[in-house]
Design a protein. Structure first.
Length: 340
């Protein structure tokens, strides 16, 4: 009996380690892959914390409203998580059918592509996208019944940018509009949408409060597109770094990271968000290290154990965003607690 329990515990522990590795690195050896690990990698769950952070910011800001509804908030958070998973799969589908993603593309090198890796057929990928969107539509329908048409407006605008980020005829990413699109989705749409669902109203100040984290998430996409500049340029995918050139893009992304702190401090001084949001300043040492990395050339080969090569600048931007975003959430939480 003890041996059986021990073996069961080892299997559970092994699966949990696989899932953790999938969420952190998007890489799990083939011999250890299971269905959950594959799903976490295919949907690129490693970057889901950015979406959850946007939702949490909206919910914490809504905690100051007169009657926040936390069940609606939870539904909105689940909806955002599923929407992000669908967005990643949609990008994979359209970049594949449009010939952007190939076996030698950065997308297929830093993590397995669901179709190119042989995990799904194109038809199965389309089915997964459809199922996720149907679940999200059901959540939107429930929230529409209790909060009205603005829920649909937020959802439809988010879906529009998500799909046409890579889908024809707009292909926003191909015309330097992908980065502004991400700013809009992860800031005003996610933060303000979650606030509205939770509080049932939307003061103008919340639009302003959504800006700092929108800037942070944009730096992550900017970093990724800087890493992919040579490939995107060859494919005629004109992201902002392709349009600006790598050196100008690096400088602009550094400026955006600094701007996050300036805007946050400005919002605190203007009374838009509470004093505890200044906790983000504790991420300044991380910012300094990130800026130092951005001032150096990308290495010719990955350091030992580096998991997501050929990506480089995006990793530093993501780690900085994760730290600063977590501190912003903590600050907003303390604002909510201290105001009671």
């Amino acid at each position: 009996m003890n041996v059986a329990v021990s073996n069961r515990g080892e299997r559970v522990g092994s699966k949990l380690r696989n899932w953790k590795q999938a969420m952190l690195t998007m890489q799990v050896p083939d011999e250890r892959l299971d269905l959950v690990s594959r799903w976490l990698i295919m949907t690129r769950t490693a970057v889901t914390p950015m979406t959850l952070t946007s939702g949490l910011i909206g919910g914490l800001l809504a905690s100051h409203a007169s009657h926040p509804n936390w069940l609606y908030f939870a539904l909105a958070l689940v909806g955002l998580w599923l929407a992000h998973a669908s967005n990643n799969l949609t990008n994979d589908y359209f970049d594949l059918v449009n010939g952007v993603d190939t076996a030698s593309a950065p997308r297929a090198l830093y993590a397995p592509h669901p179709v190119l890796a042989g995990w799904l057929s194109r038809r199965q990928l389309m089915l997964a996208i459809a199922v996720l969107n149907l679940i999200d539509a059901a959540i939107m329908g429930v929230l529409f019944l209790v909060r009205g048409w603005p829920v649909v407006a937020f959802g439809v605008m988010g879906l529009f940018i998500s799909v046409f980020y890579v889908a024809p005829p707009l292909r926003l990413k191909h015309h330097g509009l992908g980065e502004p699109g991400v700013f809009i989705v992860w800031g005003p749409l996610m933060v303000c949408g979650t606030y509205y669902v939770t509080a049932g109203a939307l003061p103008g100040s919340i639009w302003l409060a959504s800006i700092p984290y929108a800037i942070l998430v944009t730096t992550v996409l900017f970093g990724k597109h800087i890493d992919k500049t040579p490939y995107d340029s060859a494919q005629n995918v004109r992201t902002l770094p392709v349009i600006l050139g790598e050196q100008h893009a690096l400088l602009l992304n550094e400026a955006l990271m600094v701007l996050f702190y300036a805007v946050t401090v400005g919002l605190v001084l203007g009374g838009v968000i509470g004093l505890w949001a200044l906790l983000v300043l504790a991420a300044l040492p991380m910012l300094r290290r990130t800026l130092a990395l951005y001032s150096q050339p990308k290495p010719q080969k990955p350091p030992a154990g580096y998991p997501v090569w050929p990506l480089w600048y995006v990793s530093a931007a993501f780690v900085h965003t994760r730290r600063a975003g977590a501190l912003l959430v903590l600050g907003l939480l303390l604002n909510a607690v201290m105001s009671r």
